[in-house]
Design a protein around this ligand. Structure first.
Ligand code: DC
Length: 226
């Protein structure tokens, strides 16, 4: 399926809800193929964190979109595991993963002007030899002509359990019921917004990872792209 086209880099989009394993799998795939990686969720998290640090009212779309337009961010390495994400020169790689930032990111991601402000920044990641783009609207809005589109999903409970384990490993105290509730709330917000809602592209291959291991999903993904 990956036909070479010398004029354009190959783009593989991986969309899906949070906790579907997209982050880990996008990273694995980018490394396997030697491609660049776009973690688009990090951009929304950065806008949210920058707005929070500046004391901007998250309910004020115009103020938040000014933050998005002026976002001063450096991804020092394009893979999530060892990436250093610098916001105005300060390392925020861990801070942007906190629950409060997750909720705020979901809120700012619903603003059309914030999405517009981040559009070109995301497309600039598509450079040779190729890009693995991880997000919600990679296959539908940002890279509609991508050569391969994957949509990863899993039940809310399975996703909450994965998140629970991650947070426990980091020593954070978490309430499982609250995690399921937050995931449902975020899914609802991400899927029901009018602009770029979370949904599979018509030509996406859908993979439900509820009862699959990471390696099993990776094998399925490789089968879909070759
Ligand atoms: O993938 P993530 O959990 O890091 O994403 C953070 C938030 O940003 C999440 O609520 C969905 C939103 N998002 C989005 O609306 N569009 C994207 N392409 C990526 C993330």
């Amino acid at each position: 399926m990956l036909a070479m086209n010398v004029s354009a880099p190959i783009v593989i989009t991986i969309d899906g809800p949070s906790g579907s394993g997209k982050g880990t799998l996008s990273q694995m795939l980018a490394r396997h193929l030697g491609y660049h990686l776009l973690d688009s969720g990090a951009l929304y998290r950065l806008v949210a964190l920058a707005a929070m640090k500046k004391g901007v009212d998250l309910a004020n779309e115009q103020a938040v979109s000014s933050v998005a337009i002026g976002l001063d961010v450096i991804f020092s390495l394009e893979n999530k595991e060892s990436a250093q994400i610098l916001l105005e020169g300060i390392k925020v790689s861990d801070e942007i993963r906190q629950e409060a930032v997750s909720m705020a990111a979901s809120q700012v991601a619903a603003y059309p002007s914030v999405r517009a402000a981040l559009l070109e920044r995301q497309r600039e990641f598509a450079i040779a030899p190729g890009l693995v783009a991880d997000g919600r609207d990679m296959g539908t809005t940002i890279f509609p002509t991508a050569q391969v589109k994957l949509f990863l999903t899993a039940s809310a409970e399975a996703r909450a359990e994965r998140r629970y384990k991650q947070l426990c490993l980091k020593g954070e105290s978490v309430d499982m019921a609250a995690l399921v509730r937050d995931i449902r709330e975020r899914d609802e917000r991400d899927s029901s917004r009018t602009i770029s809602p979370l949904r599979p592209a018509e030509d996406a291959v859908i993979i439900d990872s509820t009862s699959m291991t990471i390696d099993e999903v990776f094998t399925k993904m490789l089968a879909a792209i070759t």
